[in-house]
Design a protein around this ligand. Structure first.
Ligand SMILES: Cc1ncc(COP(=O)(O)O)c(C=O)c1O
Length: 420
């Protein structure tokens, strides 16, 4: 017996629904707001318009049917993948797949590593994945689903992966290790060259999570900024994830996983001929997928081209330098490590960072509050020009002075902690 009660939703005209939607959105943070330092990945109104228009043109199309019904979508995928495989120095025989987001890309890489280990290392009954302290939690989620045991470090060294800790944690069951380019917390690229060597020595699959940095670090490097080798130039790197819907500025729902060699694709692909409707072959976890995100990624790549990405990113690097230097000059505040991309965290040995974060949020600034150590994390995009940065710095200076003299304290704004 159903215990539902009350009346059914009654149909309403679009104008009533639209006004509800608009009213709802008025209480949300506008993603392009200059006061939003949470992940927004904005490159300017022109790019956002193109991303949106391309999305809308393909909003009714299903990527699953790209071979039969929508060959244009197949072409967008191939051309977008060509752009990023070149950008990330993948070998010409690499195999790349468009996915729905970073999480699916990580899942597919882990699945491929597990399948390969099942075939090549049958003596391993309890395969393990070795995670850094800052690895994205989806690695843990996927390990849970894939039956991989997680061995994870509980601290970082200078805000990067603890190399000695990794070496000590490797055992005969370790099949995979993960590094961030850069990871979300702190924004500092892991010691990937050393990790690659460690992985090679121990015959372990190295995955580079470049979901954030894949469209950032290549341009930093091209501009002569100090960036460690982070891509397929690392000999142990078997797979890499990169998100079109982050700094590739596509509308959400678009990422890629790249495998070093097309021979590895067999470990990613699932096929079945058991049902009556013909063979089912899939490289993805997801089934039906909207073609909008792929069209959007392709359109942005074609609008900006390599030079356009570089030009837009150089402006964000300018803001990044301005902001990090200014924060380091505020008494008692320090930027964590040496972030190479366009996001970073900062903290304090003396001041209550959560109180500072609460006060800034009360003034309308949005950012992530981190717990280990308590700190604020900022992600920069095109809306964060010098005027915005200077305003943030001046308000941060005021607020931190007020926290230092005890005139403001924590608000216990629980919803602001963490991102999920
Ligand atoms: C470093 C890193 N990897 C992976 C992901 C997962 O990406 P998505 O949210 O697109 O699934 C994120 C998300 O923020 C991330 O920061």
């Amino acid at each position: 017996m159903s215990s539902y009660s009350g009346t059914w939703v009654q149909g309403r005209p679009w104008c009533a629904i639209e006004s509800d939607l608009d009213a709802g959105r008025r209480n949300d943070v506008n993603w392009t707001s200059p006061m939003n330092f949470s992940a927004s990945y904005f490159a300017g109104e022109d790019v956002a318009l193109i991303a949106r228009e391309a999305f809308l043109k393909h909003i009714g199309d299903n990527v699953t049917h790209r071979y039969g019904l929508h060959p244009s979508v197949l072409r967008y995928e191939q051309e977008a993948l060509e752009f990023i495989t070149r950008l990330l120095n993948a070998p010409t025989n690499a195999h790349a797949t468009v996915t729905t987001g970073g999480s699916e890309s990580l899942f597919l890489a882990m699945n491929a590593a597990r399948e390969q280990a099942r075939e090549l290392k049958p003596e391993i009954y309890e395969p393990e994945i070795l995670l850094t302290h800052t690895a994205y939690p989806v690695f843990n989620k996927a390990a849970h689903a894939l039956g991989l045991k997680v061995r994870q470090l509980t601290s970082s060294v200078d805000y990067r992966a603890d190399l000695d800790g990794l070496e000590a944690a490797i055992n005969k069951n370790t099949i995979m290790m993960v590094g961030g380019a850069p990871p979300f917390p702190y924004g500092v690229v892991d010691p990937l060259e050393d990790m690659s060597e460690l992985a090679l020595r121990n015959n372990i699959w190295l995955h580079v999570d470049a979901c954030i940095g894949g469209f950032v670090l290549p341009f930093a490097e091209a501009h002569g900024r100090p960036v460690p080798v982070f891509d397929f130039r690392l000999p142990a790197c078997q797979s890499l994830s990169v998100d079109f819907h982050k700094y590739g500025y596509a509308m959400r729902g678009c990422s890629a996983v790249i495998l070093r060699d097309s021979k590895l694709a067999q470990y990613q692909t699932f096929s079945s001929d058991t049902w009556p409707a013909g063979d089912y072959i899939s490289e993805n976890m997801s089934g039906s997928r909207n073609a909008g995100p792929v069209a959007s990624a392709w359109a942005v790549i074609n609008y900006l081209g390599y030079d356009g990405f570089l030009e837009r990113m150089l402006k964000v690097f300018d803001s990044m330098d301005l902001l990090t230097k200014a924060i380091d000059r505020i008494p008692c505040l320090q930027v964590h490590g040496q972030p190479q991309g366009v996001h970073f965290s900062f903290g304090s040995d003396e001041l209550d960072m959560i109180a500072i974060g609460d006060a800034l949020m009360a003034r309308g600034w949005m950012m992530n509050l981190q717990t280990k150590p308590e700190s604020l994390l900022l992600m920069l995009s095109a809306q964060h020009n010098a005027t915005v940065v200077n305003r943030y710095v001046s308000e941060l200076t005021e607020v931190s002075a007020a926290v230092a003299d005890g005139s403001i304290g924590r608000q216990h704004n629980e919803q602001a902690y963490g991102i999920y």
